[in-house]
Write a protein that binds this ligand. Sequence first.
Ligand code: AVJ
Length: 329
Amino acid sequence: MDSNEARRTQINDFKPEREYFYTEVLNGLRKAQKELPSKYFYDERGSYLYECICTLDEYYLPRMEIAIMETHIKEIIELLGPNACLIEYGCGNCTKTRILLDHLPDPAAFVPIDIAGEQLLRVSQELASSYPGLEISPVCADYTSNFELPAPKKPSDRTIVYFPGSTIGNFDPVPARNFLEHIASVCGPGGALLIGVDLKKDTNVLHHAYNDREGVTAAFNLNLLERINRELDGDFQLDNFQHYAFYNPRESRIEMHLVSLRDQIVHLGDLSIPFNKDESIWTESSYKYNLDDFKQLAADAGFQVEKVWTDERQWFSVQYLVKTTAYNL
Ligand code: AVJ
C-alpha cells in the first residue's frame, strides 16, 4: 500500500466502547423478555458468518437484491446522477456498492459506515485500489448512535444515502421512522435514499431463510454469546442455548431468539443472570414490508417513494426515495 492509499483508508473511529457494549448487554438481559441488540452480531466471526449466510440457497435476499440492481442499473444510475457523495449505512463487504461504483459517473466521495471495524478497514483498502480516483472516508460506528460524518474534500452536487440489504428490517416501527427521518436530514436538500426492502411472502420461504439446513444462521446467532464470553468475561455455555427463529405474522417480522435448554445461571464478570428452561433471549427482528406499508413509513419520515424496482414474484424491492419538499427543508 502506498502512502496515498494509507491516507485514504484512515478509519474515522466511533466504535462502541466495551463499557457501552457491557451496559447494553446487561440492560437487555435484565428485562423480563431478555434481549440483545442485533448490531453486536458483527464482530470478525459474525461478519464472516453473515457472509456465509449470504451464499445460502435459502437466504434469497442478497441474490435477489443484486439481480434487481443489475437489471435496472442504468435507470438507477441516471437517477443518482454525477458528482454525488455516496454514504452507506452498514456497508458490510460492499458487494452491492461495487455495482453502483462500477457505473456511477464521477462520484465525489464514498463514506462507508459499519460497526465491524476490521472488515471495514479491509474493504476500504480494497475499494481504494479498485477505484483509485475516489475519496473514501470510512466510519466505524454504531450508526444508531450520535457520531460525526466526515466532510469529503471534494464538493458534491448532492448526497445519496445507500441503505441496502433490508437492514431497515432490524428496526421496530417507531425507531425505523426515526432513523429514516435522520437519513432524510443527512441527505439534505436535493438528496435521495436508495434502499433495499424485503417484502412479505410465503411464510415458509421466510422460515427457511432464517432456519437454513446447514445451521449457519444458528451459528451466527450463537456467536453473539461467544462474543460476550470473550469480550465481557461471560460464561455462556453454548450447548445450553438453541437457535430459534420464526415468522410472527401479526407483527410482520422474523424473530430470532436463543432459547435456554435448562434452568441455569450465567455469569458476566461477577454478575449472575438466571435463566429458566425455555426462556429466550430475543436477538433480532427482521421486519417484512408490503409496498404500501413501506410507502407510508417513508412518507411519515419525510420521503417520497419515487421509484420501486422489484422481481417478478415481488420478493424483494430496491427503492429510490427523495425528500418531500414540504418537510425537513
Ligand atoms: C443483515 C439485517 C439484513 O435481517 O435478514 C440474516 C441479518 N439475520 N440472517 C436480516 C440476518 C439472520 C439480516 N440483515
